[in-house]
Write a protein that binds this ligand. Structure first.
Ligand code: GLU
Length: 452
């Protein structure tokens, strides 16, 4: 970056920080995009005159609301709910709902901002949004989860709709929660319509939606490797997380001949040097989805495996890494370890899993293929977009049909990254490619609408 672009970036970011005090995650996400977009628009005065990037960094609106519910002991609990409607230039707001104690306005603004670029990359007509609550589902009973979801939707329904804003799941929100929320929406508005995605197959869900984020992260890795005449087969893979994204990422990797040696949860990670099998993975899914247990139990169940409390897997030697847990789970030190150990590829199943310093370390190494979350985990929202299409058609497609769409959407994202991210020496900067391609489409729509 030349000095003039660096100055422009600095003053842009100073303004972002001044306008959004105390929101470090949001500033981090905007910075990651602005690093590529500020130089890109430097010789394109129309984007600057119309303040396109400045407008993209300001949410269309944020709804904040009180969620009151009663726990199993008859106590009244108060949580805070949010919906950040970031940008609807290319389609209805679209993005998940997160239930986690770490949820606050900064986290949801970062996720909503990312979602705008991610959704644009899919090629489907979806704007960007995100929502959630600082509710901790851990240790809650089935009925408490239900009451919370119903209380949350009793306010949220006013702000969403199949052509307005279509939420889905994210951390802490899976098929069960989507079912409770969809049921409550339907009951209040007395209409059966595609207002949420990630629904069960019986009431308008799409095949492959549960698998899509994990599968997509693997398809993205496969595209990056095959672009460089390599493949997944025989490669040792590190995964973090043990939720929906990580488990289906592992399933696809095992199916493609990859050797998955780690998974994790908030208590630590398990290392199984022999590699996970489909049977072991099935055991993890049962543990997490039904028994709702801790990953450390895996090391007691399967000999040869070890549990590492309060640690993340990144120091284990690997060929490929798939961070599928949460934001900022790869620090600069972790990144150095990955690079030193010869890691060849990173595909981000989570949103913004690497810190800014970690990205710099990885990019500095030059020989790591690194797909950002907005490209690598776009498979989930892509199949959500296909769920919306199926709901509009009042049809349900086969597994093969949805998977074929998913593969071609990810291939399309890879091609856009190559188109906008390839340097003169042939090196592909997937962050730059994803940022510019995602920006272009939204910017074109915003310009067409004039000043608003
Ligand atoms: N929460 C997922 C994401 O981060 C999926 C969103 C959706 O399906 O709308 O992209």
């Amino acid at each position: 970056m030349n000095a003039q672009h660096a100055d422009a970036l600095q003053s842009f970011m100073e303004e972002i920080e001044r306008r959004n005090p105390g929101e470090p995650e949001f500033a981090q996400a905007v910075h990651e995009v602005a690093m590529d977009i500020v130089p890109y628009i430097a010789d394109k005065p129309v984007y600057q005159e119309l303040k396109i990037l400045e407008r993209m960094a300001e949410p269309d609106r944020i709804v904040t609301f009180r969620v009151v519910w009663e726990n199993d002991h008859g106590e009244i609990c108060v949580n805070r709910g949010f919906r950040v409607q970031q940008n609807n230039a290319i389609g209805p707001y679209k993005g998940g709902i997160r239930f986690h104690p770490s949820v606050n306005q900064s986290v949801l603004k970062f996720l909503a901002f990312e979602q705008v670029f991610k959704n644009s990359l899919t090629g489907l007509p979806m704007g960007g949004g995100k929502g959630g609550a600082d509710f901790d589902p851990k240790g809650k009973s089935e009925r408490e989860i239900m009451r919370f979801c119903q209380a949350f939707m009793t306010e949220l329904y006013k702000h969403i709709g199949p052509n307005t804003d279509v939420p889905a799941g994210d951390i802490g929100v899976g098929g069960r929660e989507v079912g409770y929320m969809f049921g409550q929406y339907k009951r209040i508005v007395n209409r059966f319509e595609g207002v949420l995605t990630g629904k069960s197959l019986e009431f308008g869900g799409s095949r492959i939606r549960a698998e899509a984020t994990g599968y997509g992260a693997v398809y993205m890795m496969e595209e990056m490797l095959s672009h460089h005449k390599e493949s997944i087969e025989g490669k040792t893979c590190l995964l973090s997380g043990a939720g929906n994204v990580a488990t289906y990422c592992a399933e696809k990797l095992i199916g493609m001949g990859g050797k998955v040696v780690t998974m994790s949860d908030s208590g630590g990670f398990i290392h199984d040097p022999g590699g996970l099998t489909h049977e072991k993975l099935q055991w993890i899914m049962e543990l997490k989805n039904r028994r709702r247990g801790r990953i450390e139990e895996y090391a007691r169940e399967f000999s040869g495996a070890t549990f590492h409390a309060d640690e993340r897997p990144w120091k284990v030697p690997c060929d490929l890494a798939f961070p599928c847990a949460t934001q900022n789970e790869i620090t600069a030190d972790d990144a150095r370890q990955l690079v030193e150990n010869g890691c060849r590829g990173i595909s981000e199943g989570a949103n913004m899993p690497a810190t800014t310093e970690a990205i710099r370390v990885i990019q500095g190494a030059k020989n790591v293929l690194h797909a950002p979350g907005k490209a690598a985990n776009a498979g989930g929202v892509a199949v959500s977009g296909l769920e919306m299409s199926q709901n509009s058609l009042r049809l349900q497609w086969s597994r093969a049909e949805v998977d074929q769409h998913l593969r071609s959407i990810i291939r399309g994202i890879h091609d856009q990254c190559v188109e906008f991210g390839t340097a003169a020496d042939g090196h592909v900067d997937y962050f730059k490619g994803a940022n510019i391609a995602g920006f272009n489409k939204v910017a074109a729509a915003m310009i067409a609408y004039g000043v608003m």
